[in-house]
Design a protein around this ligand. Structure first.
Ligand code: NAI
Ligand code: KPL
Length: 301
């Protein structure tokens, strides 16, 4: 399969490197990372260590591919729509965290849109070098009914052909809301308290705040027509906290590095949807306001 990775940072470089062992992959990203990959290939270390040679460019131009995997931060998705408008791609698949990405892609592109989630962990360690921090899974499904299920299955099969655990689902919205609830719970609390994910292990005040944010999110999901129970979300948060106890969440890493966060696509989205469906989400509202306040102080607003 000919695959474009649009946003070759941490996650995109990892998945691009893994897929390049089997498929024809081109990374689209920024220098100095892209020039390092052009010169010496991509080094992957961690769960597995290997070197691979995907294509690499900073200019997507009028590229043609079977699939474009979107792995930019949520606040850069609109820019990807502009870039892909000049390309010829068979399907676009977001593997980003947060909500709103698929809506943005579907509104701006005349291409089938797939939605995905992944639990792989990645960190760009330097130009040409990505660390694989944790092996995970990929789940993919059609965003709109018209974006046929068999296309999701073909994409999942391409991941499997490259040795990765991947499944297609007909109910990707459920997956997205469940991942949203986990991120709405863990990310802002760990970012504000500057703690590893394991600090959210119950009992304790931080675990209570995180669980409250997650169960509020489940309530909004149900009001939005997605069958996601509070118990399922509580269990999922506890599982992720246990499995990633020594990790710093992506929002914690962003805040620690003084970078903009994905707060609008996570708790910001929950607050916005809650207003539309008539639910009250005071914990998400408070967490979003605190992170926005930090972003304003850091010059991101
Ligand atoms: N890093 C991880 O382990 C995981 C990340 N995610 C999600 O994946 C998404 C990406 O996260 P990361 O890889 O950590 O972020 P990142 O910031 O490391 O990578 C994104 C890259 O996209 C580049 N970029 C932005 N706009 C672009 C454009 N128009 N064309 C080409 N490149 C562009 C940026 O320069 C950056 O290098 C986020 O939504 C994140 O929440 C999800 C699961 C795991
Ligand atoms: C699942 C979790 C919370 C793992 O850290 C994550 O997705 C993130 O950090 O963004």
């Amino acid at each position: 399969m000919r695959i474009l990775i649009v946003g070759a940072g941490s996650l995109g470089s990892l998945l691009g490197g893994l897929l390049a062992r089997t498929h024809n992959v081109t990374l689209v990203g920024r220098n100095p990372h892209m020039s390092a990959v052009q010169a010496d290939g991509l080094r992957v270390t961690g769960v597995e260590t290997f070197r691979t040679r995907p294509g690499a460019t900073t200019d997507i131009g009028a590229a043609s591919a079977d699939l474009a995997l979107v792995t930019v931060k949520a606040y850069d998705t609109a820019g990807v729509v502009d870039d892909l408008a000049t390309c010829d791609v068979g399907a676009v698949c977001s593997l980003q965290n947060g909500m709103g990405n698929e809506e943005t892609l579907a509104a701006g592109l005349d291409t089938p849109v797939l939605a995905g989630t992944t639990t792989h962990g990645a960190r760009l360690a330097g130009p040409g070098h990505v660390e694989w921090l944790g092996r995970g899974r990929v789940t993919i499904g059609p965003w709109r009914p018209a974006d046929a299920v068999d296309r999701s299955e073909r994409v999942a099969a391409a991941f499997r052909a490259a040795g990765l655990d991947a499944t297609a689902t007909t109910d990707v919205r459920h997956r997205l809301w469940q991942k949203l609830a986990i991120n709405a719970a863990i990310n802002p609390v760990t970012a504000l308290a500057r703690v590893e994910n394991g600090a959210l292990t119950p009992p304790g005040g931080l675990a209570d705040v995180a669980t409250a944010a997650g169960t509020e999110t489940a309530r909004v999901a149900r009001a939005d027509g997605v069958d996601l129970s509070a118990a399922t979300v509580r269990e999922a948060i506890a599982d992720v906290v246990r499995e990633t106890a020594r990790n710093r969440s992506s929002m914690h890493q962003d805040v620690a590095a003084g970078r903009r966060t994905e707060i609008e696509a996570v708790n910001g989205y929950v607050v916005e949807r809650a207003a539309t469906v008539g639910e009250s989400v005071p914990v998400n509202r408070t967490l979003a306001a605190l992170i926005r306040g930090w972003e304003a102080g850091a010059g991101h607003r």
